[in-house]
Ligand binder design. Structure first.
Ligand code: PLP
Length: 474
């Protein structure tokens, strides 16, 4: 496999050299035992090992190789996760006074990016599967509507696939955005594997996106938090993007991580197609079998019925629990304690199992058998679906940067009516922020927060998770 960066760190670590340079573990002999084996390869910018910020040798070749595998004009290695790619893209997309269009269910890294850039967010509502309480996509017509209503949008961001594997109509959205001569950028953190098999959802770049971010560690054999940011030749500000990426990237990148990214991509180029085919077939077979277990349903086929969803990743297995006396969190706990299975997430009405292209038939079978076994004790016909209410879309008064630097105080939830939020509150499900710093808490928002408080859903963000009090801007 073409792994020039991996080869160069291997060559160096095999030489007998007195290491009078960083890192201070000098090859790792004193490190914790599980780390010792990898530590000799944990190197830094010494002759022969290139420099991530000015690549001329192994890192340059690795970057070019990655770009060619993903069909990008240029790919940037990210050593701080997909989050840092989102940060870099947002810095390149606009600054103070610029409007950025994005769906309301974006990952929290977008909020951090807006604090850094100072741009104004315009949030679009997303499509929701209300029986699961899950934001699954957004309609191209919603994007069109916002583009028509606001003439001064600088850039559009969307997320596709979602955390749950549901993919948006990226091609249609790209065409709408390009009519306005502005760029479309895609948070494709969960879709790095799409480029390696034509029967998987189509990658965003292939559908006309001007840039996309892949969290490689999420779906490929790559160490956490390895990721890449891909820029297409159509991206309007390549120099600004390079500068933003460099500004946000450490001067001490992990060579282990970079080599893992390079190796993971080379592995996908050589073995990905065959392994993804096998994984797709297993997914098809087992999703059907799981859906035949009384009271359960794998949602892949169901999701596709929703018009805003173009395709679904077969490796994200969302199992809806319709007629069991257990909820998702209880099922999650039983899978762990009784069967030694840990799923990716669990909510009231579903669990999300993330399969990798490396899982074998016996892994799928083990998951299936555990669910089948549990159905014998917990199937309860007639238990109804509990629908999830969706949060309102509050008005943005201060943009994220203004809100971040504003003075804040804490008040009781009732007193917060009409005030401007100083902290984020998100309820799971549906995981869409109820309110973000800088947004007005009108009666609808307070009512929703009171509903969240009473319904016992998981709350993320506020310092007081009971929501007795909330931080507001002074
Ligand atoms: C949709 C989405 N985008 C971006 C990210 C950020 O990725 P990372 O944790 O690699 O920075 C995540 C993380 O879970 C995510 O789910």
């Amino acid at each position: 496999m073409p792994t020039p960066l991996g080869r160069s760190i291997q060559d160096y670590s095999q030489k007998s050299i007195l290491r009078l340079h960083m890192p201070g573990h000098i090859g790792g002999k004193e490190l914790l035992p599980p780390l010792r084996e990898a530590a000799p390869y944990d190197l830094t910018e010494i002759p022969g090992l290139d420099d991530l910020h000015q690549p001329q040798a192994g890192i340059k070749q690795a970057k070019e190789y990655i770009a060619s595998c993903f069909g990008a004009e240029e790919s940037f290695i990210l050593v701080n996760g997909a989050s840092s790619g989102i940060h870099a893209l947002m810095l390149a997309a606009g600054s103070v006074g610029d409007k950025i269009l994005l769906p309301r269910n974006v990952h929290r890294s977008f909020y951090g990016a807006l604090v850094m850039s100072g741009a104004d967010p315009l949030y679009m509502p997303c499509t929701i599967n209300s029986s699961l309480g899950m934001a699954v996509s957004l309609y191209p017509s919603t994007v069109e509507d916002y583009l028509n209503r606001y003439a001064d949008i600088q850039a559009v961001f969307i997320t596709s696939p979602s955390y749950f594997g549901t993919c948006a109509q990226v091609e249609q959205i790209a065409a709408l955005v390009h009519k306005r001569d502005i760029p479309l950028m895609v948070d494709e953190a969960h879709g790095a594997h799409f480029s390696f098999h034509s029967a998987y959802p189509r990658p965003a770049l292939e559908q006309g996106a001007d840039a996309a971010v892949n969290g490689l560690h999420k779906t490929l054999p790559v160490l956490t938090p390895g990721a890449v940011l891909h820029m297409a030749s159509s991206f309007p500000a390549p120099e600004t993007l390079r500068a933003a990426w460099s500004l946000l990237t450490t001067t001490s990148p992990s060579y282990l991580l970079m080599a893992s990214i390079e190796w993971g991509v080379a592995y996908m180029e050589t073995q990905g197609q065959a392994l993804l085919e096998q994984a797709r077939e297993l997914s098809c077979e087992y999703q059907k079998k799981i859906s035949q277990i009384p009271g359960l349903q794998c949602m892949g086929e169901e999701f596709i019925q929703e018009e805003s969803i173009q395709a679904v990743d077969p490796l994200k297995v969302v199992v809806a629990i319709w007629e069991w006396s257990l909820n998702g969190q209880q099922l999650d706990a039983l899978l762990r304690s009784r069967y030694g299975i840990q799923v990716e997430m669990a909510e009231n009405n579903f669990i999300l199992a993330m399969f990798s292209l490396l899982h074998k038939r016996e892994d799928w079978e083990m998951f299936y058998q555990a669910l089948l076994d549990l159905s014998r004790s917990y199937y309860r016909p007639g238990r109804g679906k509990k629908l999830v209410e969706n949060p309102p879309l509050p008005q943005v008064i201060f943009n994220p940067r203004q809100a971040f630097f504003a003075n804040k105080e804490r008040v009781g939830l009732k007193e917060a009516r009409g005030r401007i939020a100083g902290e984020l509150v998100a309820a799971y499900p549906p995981g869409i922020p109820c309110v973000l710093p800088g947004e007005q808490m009108n009666a609808g928002v307070i009512d929703y927060l009171e509903y969240v408080q009473k319904s016992g859903v998981r709350i993320q963000g506020p310092a007081d998770p009971t929501l007795q009090t909330i931080q507001v801007i002074s």
